[in-house]
Ligand binder design. Structure first.
Ligand code: NDP
Ligand code: 2IT
Length: 452
């Protein structure tokens, strides 16, 4: 058995019931197989065994009081995965599905993603099974404060810098940062995604969605194509999906779908700027359900989620490009086949690990340009890195400066992934190229440090 396969098997045995984590390790390790022969120094230093094991995983109890005065208890997690190239960096996710396996998969992915950004950031991830949906602002505040009461002792601007993800937006970051500041009596860049008034970076809210579209544009550029006039399927209606749609409109493409966990809308006429503004208000201000979109716009059809269907009909519409931007494993084998059958030739993943391994192999065997999440959605963490730099400098760059740095970073991520795929004899195999490029930098650093 090859070394990388041995590692996969060991991870499965040693970390039972962590399916998403196994999936992420399998995906990365399969790509890394050709590096084993090329880098005997990595094997000698035990890098393959060490890279799958987090530096530490912190689990804690988060007790908080709801509006009725009842005590609720949530699980809290922070997995500090690898800080070889910089402080641990990666988000907090608040969603009822959060468990240790999900946080470990996200943290593991983050190590390679952050390495690809060219910025000095290690990888980590955290979160809670708390569900902000249906909670009052006061409840969310009390929960965030309770969460930070434990987390503050493990993080710091040079140690570990969290940010937002599913269920953690500007409101939550404000509560978390305000309480950290109170506990530590210091105003530093300990969290990113902050409000502009208290150290946030311009373009951070837009960065992941914009970056995924810039990445798609780079993939198309290899084939001498652009996004102009292309029809796009987008899933999700949160932070990433909203700004992916905005940048698609800027570049002349037509987004036709959007979804939330209850269902999706298909708007053949296209989601234009006015309709996008409606989605942003609905989701960010009124915190409502996407079904309202179809009540307001007669050009749209709403389809509720049918858990017995075995596929997501959102991916079964004619289009050219697709931006999965909701959550993990939202494209299975059937969905991938539907995308291929409907003429989609380019996928740029805004979400983390939205495609199952079976789905990925359908894309690869059909020659689809497949931009995996850790390359395509790295724009968010990249601008988080720029926010950290601005906080250290106590300075702010303009919107244009940040956007142009983001664009440059997405181009260089694409270049690194593409050129590595060429160097390893598989031009256009983005999973291979991105995983190897991200890994190599971290592995070299680990070798330099010795056995620590
Ligand atoms: P948001 O919470 O802003 O939006 C998430 C969207 O996905 C919502 O529309 C939500 O619907 C939907 N969704 C979430 N969970 C599920 C589920 N289990 N089933 C179906 N739909 C679901 O999160 P983000 O936009 O920030 O994150 C989306 C994805 O992008 C995640 O995979 C995240 O890890 C990834 N990502 C985010 C980055 C960022 O900077 N924010 C950076 C890089 C990656 P509903 O409203 O009903 O919950
Ligand atoms: O998955 C990700 O890269 C993010 N959600 C952003 C991480 C960050 O620290 O900004």
């Amino acid at each position: 058995m090859s070394l990388t396969n041995e590692i996969i098997e060991k991870v499965k045995v040693k970390n039972p019931a962590e399916g998403e984590f196994h999936q992420a390790v399998e995906e990365v390790m399969e790509s890394l197989e050709p590096t084993v022969e090329k880098h005997p120094e990595f094997v000698k230093a035990g890098i393959y065994d060490r890279i799958v094991e987090p530096d530490r995983a912190i689990l804690f109890r988060v007790p908080w009081q709801d509006d009725k005065g009842n005590v609720q208890v949530q699980k809290g997690f922070r997995v500090q995965y690898n800080n070889s190239i910089g402080p641990y960096k990666g988000v907090l996710r608040f969603h009822p599905s959060v468990n240790l396996g999900i946080i470990k998969f996200l943290g593991f992915e983050q190590v390679f993603k952050n390495s690809l950004t060219t910025l000095p950031m290690g990888g980590g991830k955290g979160g809670s099974d708390f569900d902000p949906k249906g909670k009052s602002d006061n409840e969310v505040m009390r929960f965030c404060q309770a969460f930070m009461r434990e987390l503050f002792r493990h993080i710091g601007p040079d140690t570990d810098v969290p940010a937002g993800d599913i269920g953690v937006g500007g409101r939550e970051i404000g509560f978390l940062f305000g309480y950290y500041k109170k506990l530590r009596n210091e105003h530093t860049g300990v969290l990113t995604g902050k409000g502009i008034e208290y150290g946030g970076s311009l373009i951070r809210p837009e960065a992941t969605g914009y970056g995924a579209v810039y990445f798609a544009a780079e993939m198309l550029n290899v084939k001498n194509e652009t996004l102009e006039g292309k029809t796009a399927l987008v899933s999700g209606s949160g932070n990433v999906a909203q700004y992916a749609m905005e940048k698609l409109l800027d570049l002349g493409a037509k987004p036709v779908t959007s979804s939330d966990s209850s269902g999706y809308i298909f708007d053949e006429a296209g989601i234009d700027r006015e309709k996008l503004a409606f989605i942003m208000d609905l989701k960010n201000v009124r915190r409502g359900r996407l079904k309202e979109y179809a009540d307001k716009y007669s050009t749209a059809v709403y389809t509720p989620v049918d858990p017995n269907l075995g596929y997501n009909p959102l991916w079964n519409h004619k289009a050219d490009v697709a931006f999965p931007s909701a959550t993990q494993n939202e494209i299975n084998e059937k969905d991938a086949q539907h995308l291929v059958n409907n003429g989609v030739k380019t996928i740029s993943e805004g979400a983390n690990m939205p495609t199952t391994p079976e789905g990925i192999s359908i894309f690869m065997t059909n020659g689809i340009g497949y931009g995996l999440g850790k390359a395509a959605n790295a724009g968010g963490v990249a601008v988080s890195g720029l926010e950290m730099s601005q906080n250290s400098l106590r300075y702010n760059w303009t919107r244009e400066e940040v956007d142009s740095k983001l664009h440059g970073i997405m181009k260089s991520i694409h270049k690194a992934a593409y050129e590595t795929s060429v160097a390893y004899g598989k031009p256009g195999d983005y999973p291979l190229g991105a995983n190897i490029a991200g890994f190599t930098k971290v592995a070299k650093t680990m070798v330099a440090y010795g056995v620590v």
